[in-house]
Design a protein around this ligand. Structure first.
Ligand code: SAM
Length: 222
């Protein structure tokens, strides 16, 4: 189900401006092969956010073939980007795409299950991130979140994609499979968790398949 009226989506998508022809080629290739990447309205929202925040270090969970990572690199000229992907075939294609676009020196694709990779990054106590985009297995968002908390700067922004799961998160009437029910329960728990968390301000937006934009507050703002 499209969570927004089709006509409204069509109208908004009519205002979409691609970032470059080369990046658009990756979108079209992903769409032709049904590889899930960020929707057009999600992309414009994310790009508007990073244009205003100007993050220095971006962490992405879920690379696929490198489309959203390329968008971040295109818009945030100075930013270093780390993106995690579990499927080797996607990692290979993402690295190829990012190399072709000239972003290979700023974007690192790490292959592995994000639940393990995030733990390793947290243990390594690397320099922290100021913008995080979560777009991988929807049932594991809370596990990613808990590790991400150890990896971010005090006033960072964390964006979670697909939080409305085609409407399933909102109402049981959109359920079609038993698997959906598990995802529904997990995503509801996740949204409760991040909206109740101390020191975090979250806005859930009906953009794309649902975006949760969470801003970490500094101690003096709490
Ligand atoms: N962010 C990408 C974009 O917009 O171009 C799309 C990411 S796609 C929706 C989700 C990706 O997450 C898939 O390629 C999938 O293989 C990967 N994935 C799923 N679970 C994962 C996990 N636990 N760790 C790392 N990657 C995972």
């Amino acid at each position: 189900m499209n969570i927004i009226n089709e006509k409204v989506t069509q109208y908004i998508d009519g205002k979409y401006q691609s970032l470059s022809c080369a990046i658009d080629d990756i979108r079209l290739s992903a769409e032709a092969r049904k590889i899930p990447i960020i929707l057009r309205d999600t992309e414009t929202m994310l790009m508007a956010l990073v244009m205003s925040i100007k993050p220095e270090r971006i962490l992405e969970i879920g690379t696929a073939i490198g489309y959203s990572a390329a968008c971040f690199a295109e818009v945030c000229h100075e930013a270093e980007i780390t993106t995690i992907e579990s499927r080797d075939i996607h990692c290979e294609e993402a690295r190829k795409n990012l190399r072709r676009l000239g972003f290979a020196d700023r974007v690192t694709v790490i292959e592995g299950d994000a639940r393990d990779v995030l733990k390793d990054l947290a243990d390594a106590e690397e320099e922290k991130y100021d913008f995080v985009f979560i777009d991988a297995a929807k049932n594991h968002y809370r596990e990613y979140w808990d590790q991400i908390m150890k990896l971010v700067k005090p006033d960072s922004v964390i964006v979670s994609d697909n939080v409305l799961l085609d409407g399933v998160t909102v109402s049981d009437e959109y359920l079609t499979t038993r698997r959906d029910r598990t995802s529904m329960m997990r995503m509801r728990e996740y949204l409760d968790y991040i909206t109740d968390a101390d020191g975090v301000y979250t806005s859930v937006l009906p953009v794309g398949d649902g975006l949760a934009v969470s801003v970490l507050k500094r101690m003096e703002q709490i």
